[in-house]
Write a protein that binds this ligand. Sequence first.
Ligand code: ADE
Length: 492
Amino acid sequence: MNFHILTLFPDMVEQGLANSITGRAIKENKISINAVNIRDFANNKHRKVDDYTYGGGAGMLMQPQPVYDAWKSVQKDDAPHIRTIYVTPQGHTFNQKMAEEFAKEDELVILCGHYEGIDERVLEEVVTDYVSIGDYVLTGGELAAMVMVDTIARLVPGVLNNEISAEIESFHGNLLEYPQYSRPEVWHDKPVPKVLLSGNPREVNAWRLEQSVKRTKARRPDLYEKYFELQECMQLLLEQKLLHIDMIECIQRGGAELIYRNGREILLRDKDSDVYMHTNPEENGEFLAKLPLIKMAKIHCVVLHQECFIPLAQACTRGMAGGACRQAVYTRKEKLPISGLYRADGKPMPNGLVIHELREEDVQTAGEAYAAYGYLSMQETTEKKKEETIAEMRERFLDKALFGAYIRTEDGTESFAGFVGKHAEGSVGMLTVLPEFRGQKIALALETYMINKELEQGFTPYGQVREDNAASIKLQQKVGLCFSKTPIFWVC
Ligand code: ADE
């Protein structure tokens, strides 16, 4: 990821980020810092970039021309303008969610002000986001820019050695991190809590959760309140666990945002996929009444857990309703046997079958096959739908959420036979075997592989199977998945 920082103090920014993790990320080309000196764009011999403010008032203001030319210098001719953040105490307060949003960009411009600020006219032309790092006033934007770069950079894949550490940390699932201890076992007469020496992961995790909750309640009551609300939802959702498995898993994973709750009516948003999930067992929801409040017009997909809400959901999406699907849930903790299906060490089976991450060159074929044989498509497969499916497949591939079955021959070449994956909102799916490879238990192997993978990562494996997909239902039954009694519906 490339950061272009427009500043009067480029050394300050470069030196400030040259050490520790950001320093290493720069050396390893995971991120780059292009500190652009706005003064280099002054068009006067004294390199002056500020002047008095019209209308009077204390202090000097940065003039529009050097700021604009510095900004122009980092834009590429034919490319769209790069997202440009002006760091200012008048902006939206920076938080982890914003950092995650910014981390999706390939490039960012951060504009640092000085003196009393920057001429409004240039801000109007170049700035896309106004961001403050807190309710206090710094002497300039450089420290704010550094805080933002540091926060965003650690979310860029590969910047932290341990990818997991960016996930399981403070703010995840609205909880602060639990206390941690290292050697020695006793320090200043204080022993490390006994449970951490027990070697029992279940007890350790339970203790950590308890500590996280306690700490959040004491230090961040605002976050605790969100956590508590979601836990209350969880209690209701658990009353119909199979039907609500998607919502339950979303909360468990720390990906849920509670948009709306009224008694038993719950509307969640999955932060990872931007999919909304709605339930109201009482079927008398105020869903529609709340639409303007919750900006339903912007929703691209809602998963409904009661059929009666389809017309309401259609009114706030593009209006396409998918067929009825059952939640298929693997409710056991033990992994499925793999013998005769695939090998855990990745070596080929006697028929040459191996399963591993999908190869990039197979994304297109997978997308086309899924559009043609997949059961998610809501209507006839149109050319547009096909393109969308391929694009979706590419996204899942980039998230490393697709796995391919390949038939490997003696010389090591592999033929692409089928695939399975995990949708962005958490369900297992897309299971497809290419026609010429059917009848060789490849679907069963892929299904088993995916369920075991989910279990290893601490998730409850589940999928959403269309009621009219007899082949899939048969397969799910064979591996012992349990079905929700009533269906769910996707409305996009
Ligand atoms: N510039 C001055 N104060 C600032 C703040 N609090 N956040 C961002 N930029 C600033």
